[in-house]
Design a protein. Sequence first.
Lengths: 301, 243
Amino acid sequence: MRERLAGVKLDVELCGIPLKTPLLPASGTLAKEALGEVEGVYGAMLPKTTTPAPRAGNPPPRVAETPAGMVNSIGLQNPGVDRFLEELDALDLGIPVFVSVAGDTVEDFGALCEKVCADERVAAIELNLSCPNVECGGLTFCAGSASVEEVVAVCRVAAPGKPLLAKLTFEGVVENARAAQAAGADALTVMNTIPALTVDARRRDVLVRGGLSGPAIKPVALRAVYDVFGAVGIPVVGSGGVASGVDVAEFMLAGATAVQVGTATFVRDPREILDEFADYLYQLGLDAAELTGGLQDKMGS
Amino acid sequence: MKFHCVPVEERKELGNYTLISYRWRGPVEPGQFVMARAAGYPVTLDPFLARPFSFYDHDGETASLLFEVRGRGTALLERADRIEVSAPLGRGFWIEPSAEKAALLGGGVGVAPLKILRRRLIEFGVRYDVFLGFADAPTAGVAPEFPGAGVATMDGSVGTRGTVLDAVPDLEGYGTVYACGPTPMLAAVKRAADEEVLCQLSVEERMGCGNGSCNGCVVPLRGGGYVRSCVEGPVFRAETLAW
């Protein structure tokens, strides 16, 4: 199969950055220990979210399986931005590096963006807006379009000239997408995990209260990408339950310029997903870059 | 995560546990593990994740896994003609050649890694005793696989009544302690072992990916913070863990 797929054009462009394939690892789903398996698969590297100070993360249990997915509550475990940047070369795959950032406050986000923007190795910044805003009683930065607009505007000023992607949750996604665009975001990642709960009935206790990911959320994420694509004029990066090459195509047809894969890579070789996508393009005689927004149905939302 | 599809060569019931074997030529260190599931994506979307299992046995040609059917994933694995495996994973037991005797403690299905470990100790000329703890007679059905082992059951139906520690006459008399089992057992072993003794614990944690990516399988460290059991473990020196 490899030979006949060699001529398939997989490259796309996102915010002026050429990507050899439209696939990115979703933030927090690819560790340096697993890099050996993914050479040539991704168009850009996207490591786990970094925060101003180190975070130990949440106590276990942190993951619970659900049908076609899993619920996680990791708690942004990371060594803090300074050590993150010191260790960034270990994640070098010879492809552009996008960095995901999160803070407790708008000010945190601004300071992080300034620091990350100054690093020449960083091609783009993804704002993880699903984390709690401590100044708003722990509601996430995605809890309202005013909050999205405020934090993106501050990051825009802090990271001049660096492509900014705002990663949004499902709730209020169209309004939040418009707000992020108005505040200067260059692209939108749609979407993050969906709030979910798993219960241990035997122990009569909560197992994991966190975010649902995996194929279970794919139709929800597709809807979000489709609606956002119809509402804004900036590129959309699709994310949520992508587990096959045809899934990648579906997200691009719904409006995505690039697509993140995450949870599915825990159970499949991501290279198979790319090969399936290339095979889809081969069979239809298409280039990856032609797919975005290519649905016949132009009804919109 | 890359999985390899292999046919199941043999299936055996050992009391309440199931033993499946398949051809596997890769290197295996005692205590290393396998992510495994019944073959057949996308049928395997439910259950979604593969499961971690310690290698039970390996002769260079054939590997085997020991497990208890607890849910859909293991029920499908028990019936599968073909399984998908990713291995070898994690850091296993490290062996310190010593004139002193080693104690090998297994709780429930946590007895699994002790078979390969025992063989490796023999290669290194280390003397050892094996102690096994189970809930009841059906789970103790695997005990005959460990000839000479001291056995305890919680209901007293086989061997000593009590936990695996009740089967050990004098834990402090051993130069090294190797243990695998549920967390309460490992915490009890850690408390019982002399602080001067090298005590290695193989933890049992829920896992998402098995390759370090998801940070789901962490254990708490003494002094704060968490560490991944799939990459930095599953075997840890007892004194490094918080519990």
